[in-house]
Design a protein around this ligand. Structure first.
Ligand code: 8Y4
Length: 271
């Protein structure tokens, strides 16, 4: 992907789902969504990730038509008004196709192109793609997550998916890897992934991390509700970058950007 040099990138989350867990009431219509995206861009977002299907544990699947009706007008509108890349958070090839036609330049797929026709679609669209690891599916993934070694198992998954993608004609330099925090992982497995994040760099591909507001943060903070997870989320994002993440997917762009600015100013200071 167009990683702006070696600088870490902030991906701002834009949910267009009426049932969204964290900020559903804030995007009741698509105009609000575009305004919210523009605000995140002003705050320092380098890419906007637009999603129309809730992937939180236990969420109901959304029909292709509903997903298209939610996200495509927002992508079209945003594409007219910004130069920064737009990512479409979807697993459905039909949505991928229309989203790229509307201006999206990246596919963020929590199913890592496992849906029928998804590999072929991304191959023909010739856009960046984020392959995220998930154990199980959103309905059952948190029941009993189990790994021999969480990092090694996910690396082996990446190895397989990269090969499948390349065999389908997807250029390797379009691939971004994401271990999928919270997607079929216990708290301890999430902590181990964050601590050992640099091991995912062995593929020489960009690493994307999404921890923002997730239950891992809430649990560590005595079951804090979603609104109280900003500082914890920012800290986790900074640690992820320190451990090699190239892109952090966050809800709180301003706060994450501030932390990154301070951290990088100190890091880059030369006598
Ligand atoms: C509060 C707010 C609690 C949000 C949980 C959540 C990832 C992702 C999601 C991720 C990539 C979420 C679409 C889950 N997480 N895509 N998508 N990586 N690439 N939950 O970690 O934000 S949705």
């Amino acid at each position: 992907m167009m990683l702006k040099s070696l600088n870490p990138m902030i991906m701002g989350v834009l949910n267009i789902t009426p049932d969204s867990f964290s900020d559903g009431a804030q995007h009741l219509n698509q105009d609000d969504a575009v305004i919210r995206a523009q605000q995140m861009i002003k705050q320092g977002a380098d890419v906007i990730d637009i999603g129309g299907e809730s992937t939180r544990p236990g969420a109901q699947p959304v029909s292709t038509t509903d997903e298209i009706n939610r996200v495509i007008p927002v992508i079209e509108s945003l594409y007219q008004t910004t130069d920064i890349p737009i990512s479409i958070d979807t697993s459905k090839p039909e949505v991928m196709e229309l989203a790229v036609k509307a201006g999206a330049s990246m596919i963020n797929d929590v199913c890592a192109l496992s849906a029928d026709g998804a590999l072929e679609m991304v191959s023909s669209l010739n856009v960046d793609v984020c392959l995220m690891h998930m154990q199980g599916n959103p309905r059952i993934m948190q029941i009993k997550p189990s790994y021999v070694d969480v990092v090694d198992d996910i690396k082996s998954f990446f190895n397989d998916r990269i090969e499948v993608c390349v065999n389908a004609g997807i250029s390797e330099d379009k691939i971004v890897l994401d271990p999928g925090f919270g997607f079929g992982k216990t708290l301890n497995q999430n902590l181990e992934m964050l601590k050992r994040l640099s091991e995912f760099k062995s593929f020489n591909l960009p690493v994307l991390v999404g921890i923002s507001r997730k239950s891992m943060i809430g649990t560590l903070l005595d079951n804090r509700n979603v609104d109280g997870r900003v500082s914890g989320s920012v800290t986790a994002a900074i640690m992820a970058i320190r451990n090699g993440a190239n892109v952090v997917r966050v809800h709180d762009v301003l706060e994450t950007k501030d932390a990154l600015t301070i951290w990088q100013s100190v890091n880059q200071f030369k006598g």
